[in-house]
Ligand binder design. Sequence first.
Ligand code: GRF
Length: 187
Amino acid sequence: MQQLIVFASGGGSNAKALFNYGKKTNAFSIAAICSDKADPGVKAFAAENNIPFHYIPAKEMSAASTWELLQPYNAQLYVLAGYLRLIPEAFIDFCKGKIINIHPALLPHYGGKGMYGHFVHQAVIAARDWQSGLTIHWVTKDYDKGAFIKQVHVPVLQTDTAELLAQRVLAQEHYWYPRVVAQLLAS
Ligand code: GRF
């Protein structure tokens, strides 16, 4: 079975979608969930499903002790799912570049430092853009700059608020992220 290590900073709804899909299809399993927060929402989910949880403060991502902790999982892919910190280049090298992220907009627009969650959807609504979506991309040392793996468009409705748009984009994230992960692992 192919193994993922998932990084999440919050509730981890994408981590849950990945877990459920992996379980249903046997395409992969989540070997561990890591967070830059000591007690994020996703920690309880990890405990309920016997997934090891590791709190790794952002400044420790380049530490040899972190790599020694994660190496034994033998993960084929490192998956950022609502993880809000910049990944240091040294950690990308540790992952051999096999690290991906999902962003809730159509990059290269609405990305970069400070553009996450609600801020992204608010910016799309404020710009009166007619479409948004999601971007799954390789992670590089800069926020939201890596090569795209998949983009999915979600129309912006005239009646949309940032919250309504966020819900529809998130539903698409839950559908596509596990499937793209499975495709990457199979290729
Ligand atoms: C998602 O929209 C994801 O694109 C972004 O963080 C949001 C929250 O993710 N990176 P989750 O519910 O914690 O998975």
